[in-house]
Design a binder for this molecule. Sequence first.
Ligand SMILES: *Cc1c(COP(=O)(O)O)cnc(C)c1O
Length: 372
Amino acid sequence: MSQPIPVNEPLLDGNEKKYLSECIDTGWISSEGPFVKQFEEQFAAYVGRKYGIAVVNGSMALDAAIVALGIGKGDEVILPTFTIISCAAAITRSGAIPVVVDCEPDTWNTDVNLIEAKITPRTKAIMVVHIYGLPVDMEPVLALAAKYDLQIVEDAAEMHGQTYNERPCGSFGAISTFSFYPNKHITTGEGGMLVTDDPQLAERCRSLRNLCFQAQKRFVHEELGWNLRMSNMQAALGVAQLERLDEFVARKRRMGKYYTELLADIPGLQLPVAHTDYANNIYWVYGLVLQDQVPFDAAEIMRRLSQHKIGTRPFFWPMHEQPVWQKMGLFVGESCPVAERIARRGFYIPSGLALTDEQMERVASTLRQVME
Ligand SMILES: *Cc1c(COP(=O)(O)O)cnc(C)c1O
């Protein structure tokens, strides 16, 4: 019987071990160690930002971003319905109200033509979330933000190394956030980063990360923060991974291209878009959507692939269909037909950086077999 193919496996064969050993040899394992600053500076520079604030994960980076921007009770934030729970959770936890828009059927990104109709006098921000490998069409979003004086929060968790019209993803928000979970292009095990060009916002993020301790009266608190500090060991991994980000992006693009070649003639499969006017796909994950003529849904094909030990994940489940939000009385009567459809018919196949050509070939031939 053939070996299982996991949905994701990272590549850790650069300087990761060397830098981790340095942490242990020097005793610097906490967030006070030198790799944290180094990782923050190098990563921020990579995406063309002045400041980087390393945190525990990409989800909490969003929580901190929302609070740092002063978004709270009664404010509305527009975001895609087709995204991870972290985005809407950061909004509701601050007391603000998430307002969702549907996505495009081909890129699976926010349909930017639907945003303006959702803007009200209470709208404070647009949360841009780039999905699966292609960026959101930013030009119209920036124009709306300028016209209605809205902040932009950018979740670039899936976009390390991606650009929109040559400008780095992660450079568009008042604050932009990243995740370094092992399925992202670079990983620290768990980890995240906020990036910004505004020194005051950077300071606020640093304060929120560190329990809002104060410089003078350390244990007197004017505000509530969290402990979101990244350890030196995680940052050591981050520094080693960042050295290889360009190579990883090229590798992912090559993998995406190869999957597309292997899968192109299987009837019933909608493949990812290779490029748009403003970007070439970096295939954070290789997503597939079952076309309407296929008489079963994604859950069935995923079940069949798992029988052949091939790991998959379903697509995101739309925010407006989440029981947790419905119980809070959110999104009553909301309809986003594109997201509703791809949530049921979409899934992604093994896409990690350690995936070999042989494994991709086996995924493709198995998929061909189980689609029949
Ligand atoms: C992975 C991801 C997150 C969450 O990051 P974690 O580090 O897992 O908390 C947030 N947003 C998007 C778009 C993601 O893909």
